[in-house]
Ligand binder design. Structure first.
Ligand SMILES: Cc1cc2nc3c(=O)[nH]c(=O)nc-3n(C[C@H](O)[C@H](O)[C@H](O)COP(=O)(O)OP(=O)(O)OC[C@H]3O[C@@H](n4cnc5c(N)ncnc54)[C@H](O)[C@@H]3O)c2cc1C
Length: 382
Protein backbone atom coordinates (compact mmCIF):
# COMPACT_ATOMS: atom_id res chain seq x y z
CA UNK A 1 0.00 0.00 0.00
CA UNK A 2 1.21 3.52 -0.85
CA UNK A 3 2.42 5.62 2.09
CA UNK A 4 1.41 8.92 0.51
CA UNK A 5 -1.55 9.74 -1.73
CA UNK A 6 -3.31 12.78 -3.15
CA UNK A 7 -6.59 11.35 -1.86
CA UNK A 8 -7.71 8.51 0.40
CA UNK A 9 -11.23 7.21 0.01
CA UNK A 10 -12.55 5.46 3.13
CA UNK A 11 -15.15 2.81 2.30
CA UNK A 12 -15.30 0.26 -0.50
CA UNK A 13 -19.05 0.29 -1.03
CA UNK A 14 -20.63 1.55 -4.22
CA UNK A 15 -20.41 5.21 -3.19
CA UNK A 16 -16.68 5.18 -2.37
CA UNK A 17 -15.93 3.08 -5.44
CA UNK A 18 -17.86 5.42 -7.78
CA UNK A 19 -16.16 8.50 -6.29
CA UNK A 20 -12.72 6.92 -6.64
CA UNK A 21 -13.46 6.03 -10.27
CA UNK A 22 -14.69 9.50 -11.27
CA UNK A 23 -11.74 11.21 -9.58
CA UNK A 24 -9.27 8.84 -11.22
CA UNK A 25 -10.90 9.25 -14.64
CA UNK A 26 -10.40 12.97 -14.17
CA UNK A 27 -6.67 12.25 -13.56
CA UNK A 28 -6.89 13.69 -10.06
CA UNK A 29 -3.58 12.12 -8.92
CA UNK A 30 -2.76 9.16 -6.72
CA UNK A 31 -5.81 7.68 -5.00
CA UNK A 32 -5.97 4.90 -2.43
CA UNK A 33 -9.30 3.39 -1.38
CA UNK A 34 -9.31 1.55 1.94
CA UNK A 35 -11.98 -0.91 3.06
CA UNK A 36 -12.11 -2.57 6.46
CA UNK A 37 -13.68 -5.84 5.29
CA UNK A 38 -12.27 -8.64 3.16
CA UNK A 39 -14.70 -7.97 0.29
CA UNK A 40 -15.67 -4.66 -1.27
CA UNK A 41 -19.38 -4.00 -0.95
CA UNK A 42 -19.83 -6.06 2.18
CA UNK A 43 -21.34 -3.09 4.04
CA UNK A 44 -24.79 -1.81 3.05
CA UNK A 45 -24.19 -2.18 -0.69
CA UNK A 46 -24.56 -5.97 -0.55
CA UNK A 47 -27.76 -5.58 1.52
CA UNK A 48 -29.57 -3.17 -0.82
CA UNK A 49 -32.80 -4.20 -2.51
CA UNK A 50 -31.60 -2.88 -5.88
CA UNK A 51 -34.28 -0.23 -6.38
CA UNK A 52 -33.49 2.74 -8.63
CA UNK A 53 -36.07 5.53 -8.86
CA UNK A 54 -36.41 9.24 -9.39
CA UNK A 55 -39.82 9.69 -7.75
CA UNK A 56 -38.81 11.80 -4.77
CA UNK A 57 -40.37 14.84 -3.11
CA UNK A 58 -37.30 17.11 -3.19
CA UNK A 59 -35.66 18.71 -6.23
CA UNK A 60 -32.15 17.60 -5.37
CA UNK A 61 -33.10 13.93 -4.96
CA UNK A 62 -35.08 13.91 -8.23
CA UNK A 63 -32.16 15.46 -10.11
CA UNK A 64 -29.59 13.16 -8.47
CA UNK A 65 -31.69 10.19 -9.59
CA UNK A 66 -32.28 11.49 -13.12
CA UNK A 67 -28.53 11.88 -13.62
CA UNK A 68 -27.88 8.45 -12.05
CA UNK A 69 -30.51 6.74 -14.23
CA UNK A 70 -28.76 8.04 -17.35
CA UNK A 71 -25.51 6.49 -16.09
CA UNK A 72 -27.19 3.20 -15.15
CA UNK A 73 -28.72 3.09 -18.67
CA UNK A 74 -25.30 3.62 -20.29
CA UNK A 75 -23.10 1.92 -17.73
CA UNK A 76 -20.92 0.12 -20.25
CA UNK A 77 -20.10 3.37 -22.06
CA UNK A 78 -19.34 4.99 -18.73
CA UNK A 79 -17.11 2.33 -17.18
CA UNK A 80 -16.38 -0.26 -19.87
CA UNK A 81 -18.24 -2.89 -17.83
CA UNK A 82 -21.68 -4.40 -18.28
CA UNK A 83 -24.45 -4.25 -15.68
CA UNK A 84 -28.19 -4.53 -16.21
CA UNK A 85 -30.60 -1.72 -15.35
CA UNK A 86 -33.98 -3.46 -15.67
CA UNK A 87 -36.41 -0.57 -16.21
CA UNK A 88 -39.58 -2.26 -15.01
CA UNK A 89 -40.76 0.93 -13.30
CA UNK A 90 -41.64 1.90 -9.74
CA UNK A 91 -45.21 2.17 -8.52
CA UNK A 92 -46.36 3.91 -5.34
CA UNK A 93 -49.81 2.76 -4.16
CA UNK A 94 -51.78 5.45 -2.35
CA UNK A 95 -54.74 4.70 -0.08
CA UNK A 96 -54.66 7.70 2.31
CA UNK A 97 -55.69 11.25 1.43
CA UNK A 98 -52.68 12.77 3.22
CA UNK A 99 -50.30 10.69 1.09
CA UNK A 100 -52.17 11.59 -2.11
CA UNK A 101 -51.60 15.26 -1.36
CA UNK A 102 -47.83 14.76 -0.83
CA UNK A 103 -47.44 12.54 -3.91
CA UNK A 104 -49.47 14.81 -6.21
CA UNK A 105 -47.29 17.76 -5.22
CA UNK A 106 -44.16 15.67 -5.78
CA UNK A 107 -45.55 14.50 -9.13
CA UNK A 108 -45.91 18.14 -10.28
CA UNK A 109 -42.32 18.84 -9.23
CA UNK A 110 -41.08 15.69 -11.01
CA UNK A 111 -42.92 16.67 -14.23
CA UNK A 112 -41.50 20.20 -14.05
CA UNK A 113 -38.01 18.68 -13.92
CA UNK A 114 -38.70 16.51 -16.98
CA UNK A 115 -39.37 13.14 -15.34
CA UNK A 116 -41.93 11.04 -17.27
CA UNK A 117 -43.90 10.10 -14.14
CA UNK A 118 -47.61 9.24 -14.44
CA UNK A 119 -50.64 9.20 -12.19
CA UNK A 120 -52.54 5.91 -12.42
CA UNK A 121 -56.16 5.34 -11.49
CA UNK A 122 -56.88 1.99 -9.76
CA UNK A 123 -58.17 0.49 -13.05
CA UNK A 124 -54.80 1.20 -14.72
CA UNK A 125 -52.79 -0.69 -12.10
CA UNK A 126 -53.43 -4.40 -12.94
CA UNK A 127 -51.78 -4.12 -16.37
CA UNK A 128 -48.48 -3.56 -14.48
CA UNK A 129 -49.14 -5.24 -11.15
CA UNK A 130 -52.04 -7.72 -11.31
CA UNK A 131 -50.91 -9.37 -8.06
CA UNK A 132 -51.69 -6.52 -5.64
CA UNK A 133 -54.95 -6.05 -3.70
CA UNK A 134 -56.53 -2.81 -4.86
CA UNK A 135 -59.85 -2.40 -3.01
CA UNK A 136 -58.52 0.43 -0.77
CA UNK A 137 -56.22 2.05 -3.36
CA UNK A 138 -57.31 5.49 -4.58
CA UNK A 139 -54.39 6.44 -6.82
CA UNK A 140 -50.87 5.38 -7.78
CA UNK A 141 -47.83 7.09 -9.21
CA UNK A 142 -45.65 5.27 -11.72
CA UNK A 143 -42.47 5.99 -13.63
CA UNK A 144 -41.42 3.58 -16.32
CA UNK A 145 -37.81 4.80 -16.34
CA UNK A 146 -37.30 3.62 -12.75
CA UNK A 147 -36.40 0.02 -12.07
CA UNK A 148 -33.99 -2.49 -10.61
CA UNK A 149 -30.29 -3.24 -10.70
CA UNK A 150 -27.97 -5.64 -8.95
CA UNK A 151 -25.77 -3.56 -6.62
CA UNK A 152 -23.01 -6.20 -6.80
CA UNK A 153 -22.85 -5.93 -10.61
CA UNK A 154 -22.65 -2.13 -10.61
CA UNK A 155 -20.14 -2.16 -7.76
CA UNK A 156 -18.00 -4.63 -9.66
CA UNK A 157 -18.13 -2.37 -12.75
CA UNK A 158 -16.94 0.63 -10.76
CA UNK A 159 -14.33 -1.50 -8.96
CA UNK A 160 -12.78 -2.76 -12.20
CA UNK A 161 -12.93 0.69 -13.80
CA UNK A 162 -11.34 2.34 -10.75
CA UNK A 163 -8.49 -0.19 -10.82
CA UNK A 164 -8.03 0.33 -14.57
CA UNK A 165 -7.70 4.07 -13.93
CA UNK A 166 -4.95 3.48 -11.37
CA UNK A 167 -6.78 3.57 -8.03
CA UNK A 168 -5.11 1.38 -5.42
CA UNK A 169 -7.87 -0.65 -3.75
CA UNK A 170 -6.93 -2.08 -0.38
CA UNK A 171 -9.17 -4.42 1.59
CA UNK A 172 -8.85 -5.60 5.19
CA UNK A 173 -7.49 -2.15 6.03
CA UNK A 174 -9.76 -0.66 8.69
CA UNK A 175 -9.09 3.00 9.32
CA UNK A 176 -8.19 3.39 12.99
CA UNK A 177 -7.46 7.10 13.15
CA UNK A 178 -7.12 10.37 11.27
CA UNK A 179 -4.38 12.88 11.99
CA UNK A 180 -5.28 16.55 11.83
CA UNK A 181 -2.65 19.25 12.15
CA UNK A 182 -3.37 22.98 12.13
CA UNK A 183 -7.00 22.22 11.25
CA UNK A 184 -5.98 20.20 8.17
CA UNK A 185 -6.09 16.48 7.46
CA UNK A 186 -2.57 15.08 7.22
CA UNK A 187 -2.72 11.33 7.70
CA UNK A 188 -4.97 8.26 7.61
CA UNK A 189 -4.00 5.47 9.98
CA UNK A 190 -5.03 1.96 9.01
CA UNK A 191 -4.37 -1.55 10.27
CA UNK A 192 -2.14 -2.01 7.20
CA UNK A 193 -0.10 1.15 7.75
CA UNK A 194 -0.41 4.93 7.52
CA UNK A 195 -1.01 7.07 4.44
CA UNK A 196 -0.03 10.73 4.37
CA UNK A 197 -2.63 12.72 2.46
CA UNK A 198 -4.22 16.18 2.32
CA UNK A 199 -7.65 14.79 1.27
CA UNK A 200 -9.87 12.20 2.93
CA UNK A 201 -13.15 11.21 1.33
CA UNK A 202 -15.42 9.74 3.96
CA UNK A 203 -17.63 7.23 2.12
CA UNK A 204 -17.97 4.87 5.07
CA UNK A 205 -21.78 4.78 4.88
CA UNK A 206 -23.44 3.83 8.17
CA UNK A 207 -20.01 4.01 9.86
CA UNK A 208 -19.14 7.46 8.50
CA UNK A 209 -20.03 9.19 11.80
CA UNK A 210 -17.27 7.17 13.49
CA UNK A 211 -14.77 8.28 10.83
CA UNK A 212 -15.78 11.93 11.28
CA UNK A 213 -15.28 11.56 15.05
CA UNK A 214 -11.68 10.46 14.40
CA UNK A 215 -11.09 13.97 13.04
CA UNK A 216 -13.03 15.59 15.90
CA UNK A 217 -16.03 16.38 13.67
CA UNK A 218 -19.71 15.83 14.38
CA UNK A 219 -21.46 14.25 11.40
CA UNK A 220 -25.21 13.80 11.63
CA UNK A 221 -25.33 10.29 10.16
CA UNK A 222 -26.62 7.37 12.20
CA UNK A 223 -26.99 3.63 11.46
CA UNK A 224 -30.50 2.12 11.43
CA UNK A 225 -31.21 -1.59 10.83
CA UNK A 226 -33.44 -2.49 7.89
CA UNK A 227 -34.54 -6.00 6.90
CA UNK A 228 -35.52 -7.79 3.69
CA UNK A 229 -37.06 -11.20 3.01
CA UNK A 230 -37.09 -13.14 -0.26
CA UNK A 231 -39.38 -15.99 -1.21
CA UNK A 232 -38.84 -19.18 -3.18
CA UNK A 233 -40.23 -19.41 -6.73
CA UNK A 234 -43.81 -18.14 -7.21
CA UNK A 235 -45.92 -19.13 -10.18
CA UNK A 236 -47.69 -15.75 -10.42
CA UNK A 237 -44.52 -13.64 -10.72
CA UNK A 238 -43.91 -12.10 -14.17
CA UNK A 239 -40.65 -10.60 -15.41
CA UNK A 240 -42.30 -7.24 -16.13
CA UNK A 241 -43.64 -6.65 -12.57
CA UNK A 242 -42.43 -3.29 -11.26
CA UNK A 243 -41.21 -2.34 -7.80
CA UNK A 244 -44.43 -1.76 -5.86
CA UNK A 245 -44.46 0.38 -2.72
CA UNK A 246 -47.48 0.38 -0.44
CA UNK A 247 -47.08 3.89 0.91
CA UNK A 248 -49.49 3.53 3.85
CA UNK A 249 -47.65 0.53 5.35
CA UNK A 250 -44.17 1.14 3.91
CA UNK A 251 -44.00 -2.35 2.37
CA UNK A 252 -41.98 -2.60 -0.85
CA UNK A 253 -41.80 -5.59 -3.14
CA UNK A 254 -40.21 -6.57 -6.43
CA UNK A 255 -39.38 -9.68 -8.38
CA UNK A 256 -36.22 -11.41 -7.26
CA UNK A 257 -35.06 -14.44 -9.26
CA UNK A 258 -38.37 -16.29 -9.70
CA UNK A 259 -39.76 -15.17 -6.37
CA UNK A 260 -40.32 -11.84 -4.68
CA UNK A 261 -38.26 -9.55 -2.46
CA UNK A 262 -40.14 -7.90 0.40
CA UNK A 263 -38.86 -5.05 2.54
CA UNK A 264 -40.20 -2.61 5.08
CA UNK A 265 -38.59 0.19 7.04
CA UNK A 266 -39.60 -0.27 10.65
CA UNK A 267 -39.57 3.39 11.67
CA UNK A 268 -39.61 2.36 15.37
CA UNK A 269 -36.13 0.77 15.13
CA UNK A 270 -33.48 2.33 17.37
CA UNK A 271 -30.13 3.40 15.93
CA UNK A 272 -27.61 0.55 16.23
CA UNK A 273 -24.79 -1.17 14.33
CA UNK A 274 -26.29 -4.57 15.24
CA UNK A 275 -27.32 -6.50 12.11
CA UNK A 276 -28.98 -9.48 13.80
CA UNK A 277 -32.13 -10.91 12.24
CA UNK A 278 -35.10 -9.80 14.35
CA UNK A 279 -38.07 -12.25 14.25
CA UNK A 280 -40.62 -9.52 15.07
CA UNK A 281 -39.29 -7.41 12.23
CA UNK A 282 -39.61 -10.34 9.79
CA UNK A 283 -43.18 -10.91 11.01
CA UNK A 284 -43.91 -7.22 10.41
CA UNK A 285 -42.78 -7.59 6.78
CA UNK A 286 -44.74 -10.79 6.19
CA UNK A 287 -47.95 -9.43 7.73
CA UNK A 288 -47.87 -6.35 5.50
CA UNK A 289 -46.99 -8.48 2.47
CA UNK A 290 -49.86 -10.94 2.99
CA UNK A 291 -52.25 -8.05 3.38
CA UNK A 292 -51.24 -6.44 0.06
CA UNK A 293 -50.40 -9.60 -1.94
CA UNK A 294 -52.79 -12.32 -0.72
CA UNK A 295 -51.33 -14.91 -3.12
CA UNK A 296 -48.24 -14.99 -0.89
CA UNK A 297 -50.14 -17.14 1.60
CA UNK A 298 -48.41 -20.32 0.40
CA UNK A 299 -45.03 -18.70 -0.32
CA UNK A 300 -41.90 -20.11 1.29
CA UNK A 301 -39.29 -17.77 2.74
CA UNK A 302 -35.99 -18.31 0.91
CA UNK A 303 -33.71 -15.80 2.59
CA UNK A 304 -33.72 -12.91 5.04
CA UNK A 305 -31.12 -10.38 6.08
CA UNK A 306 -30.50 -7.15 7.94
CA UNK A 307 -28.45 -4.24 6.65
CA UNK A 308 -27.88 -0.68 7.80
CA UNK A 309 -29.31 2.55 6.46
CA UNK A 310 -27.02 5.56 7.00
CA UNK A 311 -29.64 8.06 8.02
CA UNK A 312 -29.61 11.86 8.42
CA UNK A 313 -32.23 13.93 10.27
CA UNK A 314 -33.84 15.08 6.96
CA UNK A 315 -33.33 11.79 5.05
CA UNK A 316 -31.10 13.47 2.50
CA UNK A 317 -27.45 12.71 1.82
CA UNK A 318 -24.45 14.71 3.01
CA UNK A 319 -22.11 15.68 0.19
CA UNK A 320 -19.47 18.34 0.76
CA UNK A 321 -16.60 19.61 2.89
CA UNK A 322 -16.56 19.31 6.68
CA UNK A 323 -16.40 22.97 7.76
CA UNK A 324 -14.15 22.39 10.81
CA UNK A 325 -11.44 20.24 9.17
CA UNK A 326 -9.73 21.20 5.93
CA UNK A 327 -9.44 18.29 3.53
CA UNK A 328 -12.28 16.14 4.93
CA UNK A 329 -15.01 15.50 2.35
CA UNK A 330 -18.27 13.61 2.96
CA UNK A 331 -20.29 11.44 0.61
CA UNK A 332 -22.64 9.68 2.95
CA UNK A 333 -25.99 9.65 4.75
CA UNK A 334 -28.04 8.46 1.78
CA UNK A 335 -30.85 7.33 4.09
CA UNK A 336 -31.75 4.27 2.01
CA UNK A 337 -30.95 5.66 -1.48
CA UNK A 338 -27.20 5.29 -1.77
CA UNK A 339 -27.16 2.58 -4.40
CA UNK A 340 -29.38 4.55 -6.78
CA UNK A 341 -27.54 7.83 -6.11
CA UNK A 342 -23.99 6.44 -6.22
CA UNK A 343 -23.21 7.40 -9.84
CA UNK A 344 -24.41 11.00 -9.46
CA UNK A 345 -22.84 11.27 -5.98
CA UNK A 346 -19.54 10.14 -7.48
CA UNK A 347 -19.81 12.66 -10.30
CA UNK A 348 -20.81 15.71 -8.23
CA UNK A 349 -18.19 14.90 -5.59
CA UNK A 350 -15.49 14.73 -8.24
CA UNK A 351 -16.77 18.06 -9.63
CA UNK A 352 -16.76 19.72 -6.22
CA UNK A 353 -13.30 18.44 -5.30
CA UNK A 354 -11.77 19.46 -8.64
CA UNK A 355 -13.59 22.82 -8.75
CA UNK A 356 -15.67 22.02 -11.84
CA UNK A 357 -19.19 23.23 -12.59
CA UNK A 358 -21.64 20.93 -10.80
CA UNK A 359 -23.97 18.69 -12.83
CA UNK A 360 -26.57 18.95 -10.03
CA UNK A 361 -27.01 21.83 -7.58
CA UNK A 362 -26.27 20.00 -4.32
CA UNK A 363 -26.26 22.99 -1.97
CA UNK A 364 -29.20 21.34 -0.14
CA UNK A 365 -26.89 18.43 0.78
CA UNK A 366 -24.25 20.57 2.46
CA UNK A 367 -22.91 19.33 5.83
CA UNK A 368 -23.48 22.83 7.25
CA UNK A 369 -27.27 22.66 6.85
CA UNK A 370 -27.67 20.88 10.20
CA UNK A 371 -25.95 23.63 12.18
CA UNK A 372 -27.92 26.25 10.25
CA UNK A 373 -31.15 24.36 10.97
CA UNK A 374 -32.05 24.48 7.26
CA UNK A 375 -33.65 21.07 6.98
CA UNK A 376 -36.11 20.19 4.22
CA UNK A 377 -37.24 16.64 4.74
CA UNK A 378 -37.35 14.11 1.91
CA UNK A 379 -40.85 12.69 2.44
CA UNK A 380 -40.71 9.75 0.04
CA UNK A 381 -38.38 7.53 2.05
CA UNK A 382 -38.90 3.78 2.24
C1 LIG B 1 -32.20 -3.60 3.53
C2 LIG B 1 -31.70 -2.45 2.68
C3 LIG B 1 -32.29 -2.19 1.46
C4 LIG B 1 -31.83 -1.13 0.67
N1 LIG B 1 -32.39 -0.93 -0.55
C5 LIG B 1 -31.92 0.06 -1.33
C6 LIG B 1 -32.47 0.26 -2.64
O1 LIG B 1 -33.38 -0.45 -3.07
N2 LIG B 1 -31.95 1.27 -3.40
C7 LIG B 1 -30.95 2.08 -2.94
O2 LIG B 1 -30.54 2.99 -3.65
N3 LIG B 1 -30.41 1.89 -1.73
C8 LIG B 1 -30.87 0.91 -0.92
N4 LIG B 1 -30.34 0.74 0.32
C9 LIG B 1 -29.32 1.66 0.78
C10 LIG B 1 -27.97 1.31 0.18
O3 LIG B 1 -27.64 -0.01 0.53
C11 LIG B 1 -26.92 2.26 0.70
O4 LIG B 1 -27.38 3.60 0.66
C12 LIG B 1 -25.66 2.16 -0.13
O5 LIG B 1 -25.22 0.84 -0.20
C13 LIG B 1 -24.61 3.04 0.48
O6 LIG B 1 -23.38 2.73 -0.12
P1 LIG B 1 -22.08 3.18 0.61
O7 LIG B 1 -20.95 2.85 -0.29
O8 LIG B 1 -22.23 4.57 1.09
O9 LIG B 1 -22.06 2.31 1.95
P2 LIG B 1 -21.50 0.84 2.20
O10 LIG B 1 -21.80 -0.10 1.12
O11 LIG B 1 -21.90 0.47 3.59
O12 LIG B 1 -19.93 1.11 2.16
C14 LIG B 1 -19.25 1.72 3.22
C15 LIG B 1 -18.02 0.88 3.46
O13 LIG B 1 -17.20 1.52 4.44
C16 LIG B 1 -16.52 0.50 5.11
N5 LIG B 1 -15.98 1.02 6.36
C17 LIG B 1 -16.67 1.38 7.46
N6 LIG B 1 -15.83 1.77 8.43
C18 LIG B 1 -14.59 1.67 7.92
C19 LIG B 1 -13.27 1.90 8.45
N7 LIG B 1 -13.08 2.30 9.71
N8 LIG B 1 -12.21 1.69 7.65
C20 LIG B 1 -12.37 1.27 6.36
N9 LIG B 1 -13.59 1.00 5.82
C21 LIG B 1 -14.67 1.20 6.59
C22 LIG B 1 -17.60 -0.55 5.33
O14 LIG B 1 -17.07 -1.82 5.61
C23 LIG B 1 -18.35 -0.49 4.02
O15 LIG B 1 -17.92 -1.48 3.10
C24 LIG B 1 -30.76 -0.32 1.13
C25 LIG B 1 -30.16 -0.59 2.35
C26 LIG B 1 -30.60 -1.65 3.12
C27 LIG B 1 -29.94 -1.91 4.43
Amino acid sequence: MKQTADAVVIGGGIVGMAAAFYLAREKFGSIVLVEKEKFFGSGSTSKAAGGIRAQFTTRVNIEMSMLAEKIFENFKDETGHDALFDQVGYMFLLSRDEDIEVFKKAFELQKSLGLPAELLQPDDIPQYAPHVRLDDIKLATFCKKDGLGDPAEFLSGYEHAAREHGVELVNEAPVTGLEVSGGKITKVKTAKGDIETPLVINAAGAWSGLIAEMAGADLKVKPYPRMCVTTAELDFMKPYFPMVVDVATGLYSHKESKGILLGWANKDSESTFDQSILPDYVDGILERALDRIPQLETAEVANQWTGLYSTTPDHRAVIGWEPSVEGLFYITGFSGHGFMHAPSAGIVSMEMITGKKLSVDISDLSPERFARGELVEEKNVI
